[in-house]
Design a protein around this ligand. Structure first.
Ligand code: GLC
Ligand code: MG
Length: 720
C-alpha cells in the first residue's frame, strides 16, 4: 500500500480516534442533551487534546459523523474543526444527513469506514494507531486498521453484554431489547473489536474483571487500565487570597457553627448512592456530630412531591432522618446548586479541613472522588472497584463497607481527628491525581504503549517491497466476480467487452473470484476475456497483476496476521456436516469446506467456537454449500480496497459486481455495487442500499446495465 514516509526517519505519532455517534464539537459540548451525547463525548474530545499536546505527537484526528439537521447546531455539519494546534475533529458522511440515534447507524458504518480511509490518505501520514470508541466505532476501526495494516486500539465505554443483563433484570422482554437497542449487533461488533485490538483501554480494573471478562474475545494481557483525566483547571485546591464562592453563604444558613470541618456528600439522589446511611452514621456518632458539619448536595429540587419515585424516596428519607435525629444546625441540605458551585464545594471541604464521603453501594469509577482529591480533600469511600483503585494510587483516604454505618462514622472521625494524617492524605491526593488521573499522565501512558506498537509494526514491515506505478493512470475501476457474474451468458459478455474496449481508457479492469489464480486465468481465456489488470483470486486471499501475473507480495504479508490454518481445520473438521474441499482448492491463506446446511452448525455457532478456542478467521459462506476461512484481513472486499488504495483509485469510483455470498463485502460500503439479475438469495439482504444496484439483466448484461445506471464512463456516481 502507499505509505507515505514509512521508510523515512521516525516522524511524530499520528493517532486516529473514532467516535461515531452523538454530537461532538470543540467547545460547549451539549452533554446530557440526549442519550448519545454525554461522558464519552467529553472523554474523546479531552483525549484528543491531551494527546495533541504531547511533544511526540504530530497529529490527532477525531473522526465522527457529520450531521446536517436543522434540529441541531450547524457546527456539527462542518467537515473539519481544529480543536487544538495539532488536533482536529473530522466529520464524515454516514448514511442520511439528519441526526440519528446510535442504535440505527449500523447499516452506514461500511461507508463511514471508506470515508475514513479516504481522509487518512488525504492526510498522507500512516496512523500509528486507529482507536475506536464504543461498539460502532470499533466496527469502523477494525476495518480501517485492517485496510491500513496498522494497530487498532479499542475503548468500549459501556458494553452490550452488561447492558443486556441490566435490561433483563429490569424485566424487559428479549424481543423488545433487540428491537429497541440492536444489542446483538452491538455485541457482535464488540467481540470483533476485542479480537482485533492490539490493546483495549479500560478506566478501572473492575471494569476489566466484571465487564470485559464476559466476552469471548477477552484477553487479559491486552487490557490496559488508564483512567480518564480530570479537568485540573477546574478542580484545584483553594488558593491563598481566593474568596469562598456564593455557595458558602447558602450552606451557612443551615449551620449553627459554619466554621467546623465539612463532611461532604455529593451525588444524584439515587438509592444506589446510599446517602441515608451516611446521615445515620453521622447522627449516631456523638463525637463526629460534635466535631463536624454534614453537607449533603443531592441534585437540585423544587417540589419533592413532583419528582420521580426514586429521587422522591431518597430525598424524603434524608429529611426524615434530619428530623428524627434533630440534626438542625448540624446538616446543610441545599435545594439548589449550579454546576459552577461544584468545584467550590470541594474546596470548602479542604478549607475547613473536612472529608469528602462517597458511600455508594457500588462504584465502578468514582469521578467525584478524583475531583475531591484534585481539590485537596481527603476521602472516605465505599470499598468497591473505582475507589479501591483511587486509594491504592493516591493513598488519600479510607475505604469502608457502605452498609456498616458505625465503621463509616469511625473512619470519617479518624481522618478528622488527626491533623497530620489529614494533611498527608490531602497532599497525597493532590500528587496522586496529577500522576494517575490527569490527562497529561493519561497521554503519557497511552503513548508509551503506542510507541511499542509502532516498533512492532516496523519490525514486521522491514523488507517490504516498493511497488511500481503501472496502474497509476486509472482513475476508476471495474472489479467483477467470475462465475455467474462475468461469465454465464455469451451475449451479455460480448456487450460488456465491447463497451470496455470502446470507452474503457483510464479504467482498470479486474476480477475477484473464489477460484484459484490458474483456474481463473484458464476460464477467462476459454470465454475470450482479455487479461485483466488485476486478479483477485481465492476469495480475496491473493492479488496478482496482469499481464505478467505478478503476485502482490505486500498483500500476502499484509494478511499474514493471526492465521493458524492447521488448528482451524482441525476444529472445523470435528463438526458434523463439514467436509474439506479437494486439496487443489486449499491455499496458503484460504481454507475451504463444503457444508451441509442441514447438519452443520450455523455460522454464528462456528464463529463462537473459534473465539472460544482463541482462533480468528474471516468466515465466508456462499451458495449454501461453500464455507471459506481466510485470515481476518482478507476477503474480496478488503482486497478491492487494498488495490484501489494502492493505485490511488477513489473507492467511490470502483464498480464491483457479484452474485453470491463471497461477493457481499465488496458490495457494501462506498463502492458502486451491482448485483446481477441471476443472483443467489443470500444477497437479498443488500436490497435498499443506495450504492447497490440490483440489475434486471443477468450475468455480464447486469454489469453493462450498471455502467449505464452509474454513468460510469461519465459522471460516475449514484443517480439521485
Ligand atoms: C470457488 C472456490 C471454492 C470456494 C467457493 C466459494 O468455487 O473454488 O473453493 O469455496 O468459490 O468462495
Ligand atoms: Mg459467483
Amino acid at each position: 500500500m502507499r505509505k507515505t514516509g514509512e521508510h523515512d526517519a521516525p516522524r511524530g505519532l499520528y493517532i486516529v480516534l473514532i467516535s461515531v455517534h452523538g454530537l461532538i464539537r470543540g467547545q460547549e459540548l451539549e452533554l446530557g442533551r440526549d442519550a448519545d451525547t454525554g461522558g464519552q463525548t467529553k472523554y474523546v474530545v479531552e483525549l484528543a487534546r491531551a494527546l495533541a499536546e504531547h511533544p511526540d505527537v504530530e497529529r490527532v484526528d477525531l473522526l465522527t459523523r457529520q450531521v446536517r439537521d436543522p434540529k441541531v447546531s450547524s457546527d456539527y455539519a462542518e467537515p473539519l474543526e481544529a480543536i487544538a494546534e495539532r488536533a482536529f475533529i473530522v466529520r464524515l458522511p454516514c448514511g442520511p444527513r439528519r441526526y440519528l440515534r446510535k442504535e440505527v447507524l449500523w447499516p452506514y458504518l461500511d461507508c463511514f469506514a471508506d470515508h475514513a480511509l479516504r481522509h487518512v490518505r488525504s492526510v498522507g501520514l500512516l496512523p500509528d494507531a486507529v482507536h475506536g470508541h464504543y461498539a460502532d466505532a470499533g466496527y469502523v476501526a477494525v476495518r480501517l486498521s485492517n485496510l491500513l495494516g496498522v494497530p487498532m486500539v479499542q475503548t468500549g465505554h459501556s458494553l452490550g453484554r452488561v447492558k443486556r443483563e441490566r435490561l433483563r433484570e429490569k424485566g424487559l422482554k428479549e424481543g423488545d431489547i433487540e428491537s429497541r437497542y440492536n444489542i446483538a449487533r452491538r455485541i457482535e461488533a464488540e467481540e470483533e473489536s476485542l479480537s482485533h485490538a492490539a490493546m483495549v483501554i479500560a478506566s478501572t480494573q473492575q471494569e476489566v474483571e466484571e465487564q470485559y471478562a464476559l466476552y469471548d474475545h477477552y484477553r487479559p494481557e491486552r487490557m490496559v487500565v488508564i483512567p480518564p483525566g480530570t479537568d485540573l483547571a477546574r478542580f484545584h485546591p483553594p488558593r491563598r487570597g481566593d474568596r469562598p464562592g456564593a455557595i458558602k453563604a447558602d450552606l451557612d444558613r443551615f449551620l449553627a457553627y459554619p466554621d467546623k470541618p465539612i463532611v461532604l456528600a455529593l451525588s444524584r439522589p439515587d438509592e444506589r448512592k446510599n446517602i441515608p446511611t451516611l446521615v445515620r452514621a453521622y447522627a449516631e456518632h456523638p463525637r463526629l456530630r460534635e466535631r463536624a458539619n454534614l453537607v449533603i448536595v443531592a441534585g437540585n429540587r423544587d417540589d419533592i412531591r413532583s419528582m420521580d419515585k426514586g429521587a422522591r424516596e431518597v430525598l424524603t428519607e434524608i429529611l426524615m432522618l434530619i428530623d428524627r435525629y434533630d440534626l438542625y444546625g448540624n446538616v446543610a441540605f441545599p435545594k439548589q446548586h449550579a454546576p459552577d458551585d461544584v468545584p467550590e464545594l470541594y474546596r470548602l471541604v479542604t478549607r475547613s479541613r473536612g472529608v469528602f464521603v462517597n458511600p455508594a453501594l457500588t462504584e465502578p469509577f468514582g469521578l467525584t472522588l478524583i475531583e475531591a482529591a484534585a481539590s485537596g480533600a481527603p476521602i472516605v469511600a465505599t470499598h468497591d472497584g473505582g475507589p479501591r483503585d483511587i486509594v491504592r494510587h493516591c493513598r488519600n483516604g479510607v475505604l469502608v463497607d457502605p452498609l456498616d454505618a458505625v465503621a463509616m462514622a469511625e473512619a470519617i472521625d479518624g481522618v478528622l481527628a488527626d491533623r497530620s494524617r489529614w494533611r498527608q492524605m490531602s497532599e497525597n491526593g493532590l500528587k496522586g491525581v496529577q500522576q494517575h488521573y490527569a490527562w497529561r499522565g493519561h497521554a503519557e501512558k497511552y503513548l508509551r504503549r503506542v510507541r511499542a506498537l509502532r516498533r512492532e509494526v516496523a519490525r514486521k514491515r522491514r523488507g517490504q517491497q516498493r511497488l511500481s506505478g503501472k496502474l497509476a493512470q486509472a482513475d476508476r475501476a471495474i472489479v467483477t466476480d467470475i462465475d455467474n457474474t462475468l461469465l454465464g451468458d455469451r451475449a451479455g459478455l460480448r456487450l460488456l467487452l465491447q463497451q470496455l474496449k470502446e470507452r474503457g481508457r483510464g479504467v482498470a479492469f479486474g476480477i475477484a473470484t473464489g477460484r484459484r489464480i490458474d483456474s481463473a486465468i484458464e476460464v477467462l481465456r476459454e470465454w475470450g476475456v482479455p487479461m485483466p489488470d488485476v486478479l483477485i483470486s481465492s476469495v480475496g486471499s491473493e492479488i496478482h497483476y496482469g499481464p505478467e501475473i505478478t503476485e502482490d507480495g505486500g498483500w500476502a504479508r499484509h494478511i499474514d496476521h493471526r492465521w493458524n490454518p492447521s488448528r482451524l481445520s482441525e476444529l472445523l473438521l470435528a463438526l458434523p456436516g463439514v467436509e474439506l474441499q479437494p486439496a487443489i482448492d486449499q491455499r496458503r491463506f484460504k481454507l475451504s469446506f463444503f457444508v451441509d446446511p442441514e447438519q452443520a452448525p450455523t455460522l454464528e455457532e462456528i464463529e463462537r467456537l473459534l473465539r472460544q478456542n482463541d482462533l480468528s478467521a474471516n468466515l465466508i459462506a456462499s451458495h449454501d454449500r461453500y464455507l471459506d476461512l481466510l485470515p481476518v484481513r482478507a476477503s474480496k472486499g478488503f482486497a478491492v480496497r487494498y488495490f484501489a488504495d494502492k493505485w490511488g483509485i477513489p473507492i467511490e469510483q470502483v464498480l464491483v459486481a457479484g452474485d453470491s455470498g463471497n461477493d457481499e463485502d465488496m458490495l457494501r460500503g462506498s463502492t458502486l455495487g451491482v448485483v446481477v439479475g441471476n443472483h443467489h438469495a443470500e444477497l437479498e439482504r443488500l436490497r435498499g442500499f443506495r450504492r447497490v444496484h440490483f440489475a434486471a439483466a443477468t450475468h455480464a448484461g447486469g454489469i453493462a446495465e450498471a455502467l449505464e445506471h452509474y454513468d460510469f464512463f461519465g459522471a460516475c456516481r449514484v443517480p439521485d
